[in-house]
Design a binder for this molecule. Sequence first.
Ligand code: CAA
Length: 241
Amino acid sequence: MGRVALVTGGTRGIGAAISIALKDAGYTVAANYAGNDEAAAKFKSETGIAVYKWSVADYDACVAGVAQVEADLGPVEVLVNNAGITRDAMFHKMTKENWDAVINTNLSGVFNMTHPVWSGMRDRKFGRVINISSINGQKGQAGQVNYSASKAGDIGFTRALAQEGARAGITVNAICPGYIGTEMVRAIDEEVLKSRILPQIPVGRLGEPEEIARCVVFLAADDAGFITGSTISANGGQFFS
Ligand code: CAA
């Protein structure tokens, strides 16, 4: 049995591609999801990957969920913090609920999931934490003050924790996807996508979830131990940082 990898939001979109790629690379994978039972059941029957339901926004649920995964599969050695949501609105129309929901899931969720696995990784002197941030955390995006702030926060979290984990054999890295062809991006108004977003992508297309998953497999590997605190951009040339 390979190392155990836990992928949050791991049954749909980019997360599903990550779960599958890690399984194909030999990891024992647990895919967490928060709400869509139907998609999770379908994912499980198609891939054979174990699925676990809890919200990353709920710290106690994360502690319990990690304990369950570890009891079933063994210690979590690779954590992929992928779960994320959008509540897009121009700032003057953004509600406190829009703000809280996105920060609680996309930023506090990374704390809530990493904290329960951290001591075990330190004790075992090995760990991989891979945070899925976003191009919009790097460059900012109108209509996404909440999301951009949360994803920029994920990069700061990554850089700080990488320094703490380094001596313990734990790497902490971020991946910043550009616009990937998932439900989240396809939910953008088609006119906005065509007229404002696609023209900004030099490769002229949306990315594929598998193009992010391959970055995760690269960072998760045992021989990626010298790469920590870094940010990999996979955005079709849309933004260089
Ligand atoms: N910069 C500056 N002003 C902008 C702007 C921009 N990029 N986009 C829109 N505006 C302006 C418009 O010109 C308009 O101005 P006026 O009222 O003076 O005409 C005003 O803002 C309102 O624009 P909309 O008509 O689009 O407003 P809306 O309320 O219908 O929609 C929105 C607002 C939902 C934020 C919509 O603009 C939108 O969906 N934008 C795209 C946001 C985006 O890129 N989201 C990414 C989602 S995918 C993702 O997040 C994954 C990832 O990691 C990449």
